[in-house]
Ligand binder design. Structure first.
Ligand code: SF4
Ligand code: SF4
Length: 302
């Protein structure tokens, strides 16, 4: 009993800020199976280390002024060494009027980007969660009237120099998020060798979907589906597996039940910076077969 009492638990403060997002990334992560979200926010996720989730607007009971007060306290108290999770792209158009949180001292709407700028300054590291935060994604899709940019682009504009880990996906797989957070708690910030050139953790994003796809044998012999319900490779129906790096075919989704191609729909390339504008049109063959050959030979050379 005494031992239990004396146990020192170190807490890692986490602030989870939504900017221009649909909250789909939060919803996906809440569906994590192992560990469960409860394990992340309540338990010692690794012995004697736990997350102290200070602000997360989807999960927290507080709302309105009470919630804003928590955020203001975080901003002013500077809890130090905290991890900042950003969900959504950053709306910088129209001087920030398209996305505001609370009010400034003059009672005017406060642009999300100002809050992000302020809170990111003291962060130990920033996790850009989802394709909007990582690359702009749906929020920055043409014609992008709100002027949304990725977190890295925003930091570059504001000359903020912080280590950023991108976890793309529309939405991201819960394992990609949980695995990254637990890795940071266990081993600290990932070194450059652990991230790819787009700052995605290599452990999840080092292989093309196309390499591990169960329909790859169909591709190799030219057996292509012409309709979504047919067997065969979905390449002629616009599958972006040949240009998308993610482990969906081996990890699968929804507690390993299935994943896009297995359930009969082409990969949309949701983890790549080209998503959604430059991967369009969907459900039509858009990748020339030469790209596929180049990708394979590039990976072989690495
Ligand atoms: S093109 Fe798509 S469906 Fe066909 S083998 Fe590659 S990843 Fe699988
Ligand atoms: S298979 Fe493609 S579209 Fe589906 S979740 Fe994975 S990367 Fe995204």
């Amino acid at each position: 009993m005494a031992k239990e009492k004396d146990k020192v638990i170190s807490q890692i403060p986490v602030i989870w800020l939504h900017v221009s997002s649909c909250s789909g990334c939060s919803v996906s992560v809440l569906n994590s199976v192992s560990p469960k979200i409860k394990n992340l926010v309540v338990d010692e996720i690794i012995p004697q280390r736990k997350v102290n989730l200070l602000f997360q607007e989807v999960l927290m009971a507080a709302s309105g002024k009470t919630a804003l007060k928590i955020l203001e306290d975080c901003e002013q108290a500077k809890p130090g060494n905290y991890i900042l999770i950003v969900e959504g792209a950053v709306p910088v158009g129209g001087k920030g009027i398209f996305g505001t949180i609370g009010e400034d001292k003059q009672g005017q709407p406060r642009p999300m980007f100002e809050l992000l700028k302020s809170i990111s300054k003291e962060a130990m590291a920033v996790i850009a969660l989802g394709s909007c935060a990582s690359f702009g994604g749906i929020s920055a899709a043409y014609p992008n009237p709100t002027g949304c940019v990725s977190v890295l682009e925003f930091f570059s504009q504001q000359k903020i120099n912080k280590p950023v880990i991108n976890i793309p996906g529309c939405p991201p797989h819960p394992d990609w998020f949980m695995g990254t957070v637990v890795d940071v708690l266990l081993s600290g910030l990932p070194g450059k060798e652990c991230l790819d050139e787009l700052r995605r953790p290599k452990i999840f994003f080092s292989k093309l979907i196309h390499e591990s796809c169960p329909r790859r044998a169909d591709f190799d012999v030219g057996r292509f589906a012409r309709n979504l319900s047919e067997k065969g490779c979905l390449y002629m129906l616009g599958c972006k597996g040949p240009t998308t790096y993610a482990d969906c075919p081996v990890r699968k989704w929804n507690d390993s039940v299935s994943w896009c191609v297995e359930s009969g729909t082409p990969c949309l390339g949701c983890c790549e910076p080209e998503f959604p504008d430059f991967n369009a049109p969907y459900y039509e063959k858009t990748i020339p077969s030469s790209v596929n050959e180049e990708q394979d030979s590039e990976k072989g050379e690495k």
